[in-house]
Design a binder for this molecule. Structure first.
Ligand code: PEP
Ligand code: MG
Length: 537
């Protein structure tokens, strides 16, 4: 038994035989040609054929993995039309009197290298795409169409790297898992693997001897166990079976509405902490993002993230969610979320201390940087902004003044931004009690039941000793939720829950009855909550 470590890009368990994917080595010879115009014409014709192939792949992918997963083949078509790429090929043919295949191979290598050296992870991952389109062109020029991916039985596909077109061309029923030595979690292959619901690992250092051997891919732990011992295999078979059953039941709910039998609807969104969590949101069919805890962008760094870094992150999330609502919460640092570079003093009661919106209002430079990034990103999708730890109308009015200053600056700089919905978190008893007044000031409420429970019951949510009495089902908390919803509706705004209680399926029915408009939960809870909603009267 050998255990190979890797990095998981999609969870799940797969058990089966390994098939190492050996690609036909595209040997491309350099040949001297006199008729350069003829070679250039061959490129034109090959490009047409390649585009036809990509269109067919796009159609296949739309059916198998949906519109967003298929997008890559649209991108490939655009790449084939890229003037710099084509100019490089024709220029080489003309100036060096070389054959079309060779010019494509060299151009493909050059462009791939150029992408690979870029700083941006997304652009880096485009190296695989440019290689992919170049290999396709060469195959067409050489008159070959096979990509050597046929297999009789379902296998764990192991490869050096996988091009998106290879991934999607595989017969899904024949692939148990993807395992590669190279590739990145940003690559489209990884994205497709996630959309295809197949466990996938990258960065696995394997040797050819594992070909044909029995193995387990553990996408939860990020490892592949080759030649597993009997008891290990048995344990994984059970785990796998449980997974299959769970997924089967929930998958049936994908694409279905969150509607009760009597027709009452509720939005079910997902909570995220980092950009890469968006894959999980889509995977679980959430209607939007109800809470993006933006402070994680600050926590994973040892200095303040710049406006540009934040802008890129928010833009990527908004774009990937393709118009679905993305509610981004402004910085909620302090208390249990500490970053040294903020230089926050030690406090006796940090949960009730200098944190969240209090820092932002006291240090508007930090706040403005984030607001600028958010408004700049707002044109790439449907972004809403949400402010944490609110206790007064005065705070909200001050926030609005700062927002106006930011918008004015952007307008003066000629930077476009969209109309952004702005709401607040209701997570202090004070906010609950004045929710009638706050509702006149904002576009929505999102109830943070984690903090609301701690402040209402006077129980530190971090104190493990008090876990048994930290009761989010406490009548006081439930009454507060009802009060907030009613006050929101009186002013014609919507109210949701983004604290953990939103995912508590024993309360789903009560929440729907209370009139909550939205529940934002950990991505894996979207379908379980949908299930309860659909089962209720
Ligand atoms: C909450 O308090 O319920 C909440 C959603 O915010 P956080 O858990 O990040 O404090
Ligand atoms: Mg909170």
């Amino acid at each position: 038994m050998t255990e190979l470590k890797g990095k998981s890009v999609f969870s799940g368990i797969a058990i089966g035989k390994i098939a190492i994917l050996k690609k036909d080595n595209q040997s491309v010879k350099r040949i001297h040609v006199e008729d350069t115009a003829g070679e250039i014409a061959r490129i034109g014709a090959a490009k047409e054929t390649a585009v036809e192939q990509l269109k067919a792949l796009y159609e296949k992918a739309v059916k198998e993995v949906g519109e967003s997963g298929a997008m890559i083949f649209d991108v490939h078509q655009m790449m084939l039309d890229d003037q710099d790429y084509l100019d490089s090929i024709t220029n080489m043919i003309e100036t060096q009197n070389i054959n079309a295949e060779y010019a494509v191979a060299v151009t493909g290598d050059n462009f791939a290298k150029m992408f690979a050296e870029m700083d941006d992870d997304y652009m880096k991952a485009r190296a695989a795409d440019v290689k992919d389109i170049s290999e396709r062109l060469i195959r067409v020029l050489q008159g070959s169409n096979g990509e050597g991916l046929e297999a009789d039985e379902a296998t764990i596909v192991v490869a050096e790297d996988l091009a998106p077109s290879e991934t999607v061309q595989m017969d899904k029923s024949k692939v148990l898992a993807f395992v590669t030595r190279f590739g990145s979690s940003n690559s489209h292959t990884a994205i497709l693997a996630r959309t295809m619901n197949i466990p996938a690992l990258i960065s696995v250092d394997y040797n050819d001897e594992i070909d044909g051997k029995m193995a387990i891919v553990d996408g939860f732990e990020g490892k592949m166990i080759v030649d597993p011992e009997e008891d290990v295999l048995e344990a994984y078979k059970n785990k796998h079976q449980e997974e299959v059953e769970k997924r089967r039941l929930l998958q049936e709910l994908k694409g279905k509405e969150n509607v009760t039998k009597s027709g009452k609807k509720i939005n079910i969104y997902a909570n995220i902490g980092k950009v890469s969590d968006v894959a999980n949101v889509l995977q679980n069919d959430a209607g939007g993002i109800g809470l993006f805890r933006s402070e994680f962008l600050y926590l994973e760094k040892d200095t303040f993230p710049t406006e540009e870094e934040q802008y890129q992150a928010y833009k990527q999330v908004a774009e990937t969610m393709a118009g679905k609502k993305v509610i981004i919460r402004t910085l909620d640092i302090g208390a249990d979320k500490q970053a040294d570079y903020f230089g926050l003093d030690h406090e006796e009661n940090p949960a009730m201390g200098y944190r969240a919106i209090r820092i932002c209002l006291n240090q508007p430079d930090i706040f403005k940087t984030q607001l600028r990034a958010l408004f700049r990103a707002s044109i790439f999708g449907t972004i809403s902004i949400m402010y944490p730890m609110i206790i007064s109308v005065k705070e909200v009015r001050r926030i609005k003044e700062i927002v106006e200053e930011v918008k004015k600056e952007l307008t003066e700089e000629g930077i476009p931004f969209a109309d952004v919905e702005q709401g607040i978190m209701i997570e202090t008893p004070a906010a609950v009690m004045i929710s009638d007044l706050l509702a006149k000031e904002v576009d929505f409420f999102s109830i943070g039941t984690n903090d609301l429970t701690q402040y209402t019951l006077a129980i530190d949510r971090q104190n493990a000793k008090l876990d048994n009495i930290y009761d989010s089902h406490h009548e006081a908390v439930l009454r507060m939720i009802k009060m907030v919803v009613d006050n929101a509706h009186k002013e014609g705004i919507w109210a949701g829950i983004c604290g953990e209680l939103g995912a508590d399926t024993t309360l789903t029915e009560e929440f729907v009855k209370m009139g909550l408009d939205e529940l934002s939960v950990t991505p894996t809870f979207v379908l379980p909550v949908r299930k309860i909603v659909r089962e209720m009267e």
